[in-house]
Design a protein around this ligand. Structure first.
Ligand SMILES: [Zn+2]
Length: 364
């Protein structure tokens, strides 16, 4: 209550809030613990799984004494220890196409810490349709993301329009994750939930965290007018079971890309000057390309990327650039969701190139 912007009014907002946590796992654990500790009044926990020994390094809600129990029950016990006044609703059936709309309507905010794309996209669409904010988190190895998606301000599908195949992206269980990375991302999610509930967030945004590199950066989002969920002509108007079939995990998941999501302008210059340079793609508009370009970059304006996927090679490294690095990051994430594991964004775009690599390239 002593924090600026919180006070008694903010604390009462938390007390009256109903928050639904999807997944009592690596992200849901720290998120739920801090939300309970912060005084959130009502929490739903949706998770169909049971506590397994292999969970314990990251799923800090659970312990040896709850091995084999449903995670909802194990979570409720731990949360009640911290905040006996917390009202808890258990949803051991998980968050499904059948109950998603009803659950999203019943809560004020959804926190998604699930680790599969079917549930992630289901949560995103259910929140758009119900007009509820979504705080999303994901982790892999030492990298994580925290997304805050406010109604009418840009949704998960504005960034990731299409659900990828499970084979394109490994899960934590397959690829491994640092337990503490889950702690960082899950705690960050809790902080965002609290900020949204007390009215401190006005924009949708995506935070990209790389523990190994020691970096975090934020990308401010806006509504993508072509978004299938919240765009000008949305195609997702209801939750259809066929759209969220849990994609089956392959027996031998393709290894996660060793290519970073982003490269610095200096690294891009080094790679392009190497013996086997990556393919460079410019996603700006033709008029911008005409003003200046980085030598021999192929032009595919952002809006035409979805229908020109065939022109982007999947089996060699690809660098994507734009003016300042925002559009190209969005395209890079779109391509990664499509299974392009060797695609990286060029930080700072052509403007950084002009300033740090080649001053002959015109700035605008
Ligand atoms: Zn959207």
């Amino acid at each position: 209550m002593r924090l600026p912007g919180v006070g008694e009014a903010g604390q009462l907002k938390l007390k009256s809030a109903k928050v639904l946590v999807l997944g009592a796992g690596g992200l849901g654990s720290p998120a739920a613990l801090y939300l309970a500790a912060a005084g959130v009044g009502f929490m739903g926990i949706a998770d169909p799984d049971k506590v397994d020994l292999s969970n314990l390094h990251r799923q800090v809600l659970h312990g040896f004494d709850t091995l084999g129990l449903p995670k909802t029950i194990s979570a409720a016990e731990a949360l009640s220890e911290i905040n006996p006044g917390l009202q808890i609703a258990l949803h051991p059936e998980g968050f499904t196409v059948e109950n998603a709309a009803e659950l999203a309507a019943r809560y004020d905010l959804v926190v998604d810490g699930t680790d599969n794309f079917a549930t992630r996209f289901l949560a995103a669409d259910a929140c758009v349709l119900a007009g509820k904010p979504l705080v999303h988190g994901s982790v892999l190895r030492s990298e994580g993301q925290v997304g805050v998606f406010l109604p009418g301000a840009g949704c998960y599908r504005c960034v990731y329009p299409v659900m990828p195949d499970a084979s394109a992206v490994p899960t934590c269980a397959d690829a491994g994750v640092w337990g503490a990375t889950c702690g960082v991302v899950g705690s960050w999610m809790a902080a965002e939930v609290i900020a949204v509930l007390i009215g401190q967030r006005t924009h949708s945004r995506l935070q990209l965290i790389d523990i190994a590199a020691g970096t975090a950066r934020v990308v401010r989002l806006t509504v993508d007018s072509a978004c299938p969920a919240c765009g000008r002509q949305p195609t997702i108007r209801s939750l259809e079971k066929s759209a969220y079939q849990p994609t089956t995990c392959p027996t031998a998941p393709r290894s996660m890309s060793e290519h970073p999501l982003e490269v610095s302008i200096e690294e891009a210059a080094r790679l392009l000057a190497s013996a086997q340079p990556p393919v460079l793609i410019d996603v700006r508009e033709p008029s911008e390309h005409a003003t200046c370009c980085i030598a021999c970059a192929k032009l595919i304006p952002m809006a035409s990327v979805p229908e020109r996927l065939k022109e982007i090679p999947q089996d060699v490294p690809v660098l994507i650039h734009c003016h300042h690095g925002g559009r190209s990051l969005r395209v890079t994430q779109f391509l990664r969701a499509k299974g392009y594991t060797q695609v990286s964004n060029v930080q700072g775009g052509i403007d950084a190139w002009s300033q740090k690599v080649d001053p002959k390239v015109r700035r605008y």
